[in-house]
Write a protein that binds this ligand. Sequence first.
Ligand SMILES: [Ca+2]
Length: 334
Amino acid sequence: MKNILIDCDPGIDDSVALLYALNHDELKICAITTVSGNLTSDECSLNARRILHLCNSSEARQIPVACGPLKPLVRPYPRDPFFHGSDGLRDLGLVDTGGLEENVQFAADLIVETVNRYGDTVSEEGLKALTVLCLGPLTNLALAIMKDPTLPAKVAEVILIGGSFGFNTAGSVRATGDNPVSEWNVYVDPEAASLVFNAGFNLTALGLDVVTLPSIELSPSHRQTLREASPESPAARFLLDLLDFAESRQFASWCCLIDSLAVAVAIDHSIVEVGEVNVAVETQSSLSLGQTIVNRRERVDSQWTHLPKIKAAKTVDADRFLESLVKALVASHP
Ligand SMILES: [Ca+2]
């Protein structure tokens, strides 16, 4: 069992990721924090609690949900051009939170508290006990390390959805930020991303290089499995509804599954192959704001070794990822 904290902005792909983590028996969600990204943080908090209620389990009802700031660290909030439905959940009528209230703490405070509660304990495998999944802009984690700079040493790993690291052309042909070279989560709050990349976490970034690959496509067999489970499984039914929504607008199924890859990597890191990169975030240019710049020059004396070194995913075993996701979703019962 792995303890995780999920910082997120649900949003349809975050919601699938939450349902995946909630229904996987190797993960325990210790806390959920929400950030302004796909929607503003307060809308995301409401949606996170709607998803917990959809699970209808006593364990899900115990998970604290705390809301972060309504805007990025220093910039206005740019509303997501990708339409998630007017409520962020595809307008399926999932309005009920089952009475689940938002935690009174600010998101960054809940992150600090949770890391300090679990970070000094050690798992059976000898690892530090809390893994942090960041599925949206990095505002909350940046605020948390400003409050408590000891956090990076206490977290087992940060697994984040963000950036683009030049391993293939996906970062340019499927860029999601509001310019041709940036990824949405880093684009929204580049200063926060820069702080987090420089903080010294054991950090794995899952960027556009892997999350937008066309091989992340649910097969007819996966869809049949979801359909057969859907009368009993609200999570399976939810994903089928989202796929209809995305594909009716000519988006591929990976659009609904981006954030779920972080959950899959938390369960089994070998689902992705990673490489080490020195990376910086562009925070000045109006043309390339949010670009994650990786030095790919061959000459040893041309390396930018002063930049922080992180792990970034190069390839993904899409078949194993999708099998794991579908298996968890079909197992969910109210
Ligand atoms: Ca997200």
